[in-house]
Design a protein around this ligand. Sequence first.
Ligand SMILES: Nc1nc2c(ncn2[C@@H]2O[C@H](COP(=O)(O)OP(=O)(O)OP(=O)(O)O)[C@@H](O)[C@H]2O)c(=O)[nH]1
Ligand SMILES: [Mg+2]
Length: 329
Amino acid sequence: MAAFVDEARIFVAAGNGGKGCESFYSDKLNRHPRPDGGDGGNGGNVVILASRSVQTLLDYKFRQHHKAQRGGHASSKNKTGKTGEDCILRVPLGTIIRDYDTGLLIKDLTRDEQSVVIARGGAGGIGNNRNRTPKPPELGEASTLKLELKIVADVGLIGFPNVGKSTLISAISKVHSKIANYPFTTKQPILGFVESDDENFHFVVADLPGLIEGAHLGKGLGDRFLKHAERTRILVHVLDMAPIGGRDPLEDYEKINEELKAYSSKLFLKRQIVVANKMDFPTAGDQLKRFRKKYKETIFAVSALEKTGLENLINQIKEILCHDNFQEK
Ligand SMILES: Nc1nc2c(ncn2[C@@H]2O[C@H](COP(=O)(O)OP(=O)(O)OP(=O)(O)O)[C@@H](O)[C@H]2O)c(=O)[nH]1
Ligand SMILES: [Mg+2]
């Protein structure tokens, strides 16, 4: 899989206008030459277009300069120049465009097929036909931009490494996220599309790299990926009910919440669904009881591996996404 890149600097330049034409038509029947120079074509624009089919900003890491076509020059006999072709840059959903030097926000592209003209092509030059005063063409706009990706998904999967987040997303969506029995298998966000029996209802889940204590300070894969949890509507907090190496799901639950809190209150206050995973392990039932005794939060008992309990979980997600009139915090 291609590397996940969530920042890039690009230079964009729209096309200059084509030159207008100054020419005079004369033939043996007309004593006075007639001005017949056409107008130059407008330069092409640079357009940035958000597309669900693009996953990362990787392309822009390697290709930084993007230029639209200049407008065609005009010619005599009133011929206008061709309009320059637009340069269309496809970026992932959730790409934030800023002015590179000032950091000012220009546009946040959060909807599929949403686009913005980021540099306007120059107007073509004016020709001398119809007795107009010829004018030179205008230059196309140019700027340096910073692209930053903060993915947009309905649900973000969070939890310690190895708790089964990738197994879960692979069980409920068609995406396959790498699964392995060691921490930090997932190194970049993976988006999965979950369909349900209801044709009109689907949602996007983001599998995120595992979090550990100190993630907000950059530990593990750290805060680089916490920002991707910020623009989800709900967090699904996955707990491993049969952890190895002396970990305790209840402590894990609290530690992750501490990390969220330390990173941003927006993340901490986001609606959470707690999932008890690996319930197929015989010892998991006791852990679940402990959790229920200690916290009032509803917890969904599942086995992502054996695909049990998933329907209830999906129904709960659906319930929240469809009916709850909750505010984005
Ligand atoms: N028995 C059992 N094993 C599971 C279950 N879910 C996941 N596993 C196993 O747990 C291990 C880790 O699963 P992953 O899905 O890769 O875990 P993750 O949370 O994505 O891990 P990171 O990407 O490292 O954060 C794998 O060996 C899985 O097969 C489950 O419900 N039951
Ligand atoms: Mg994973």
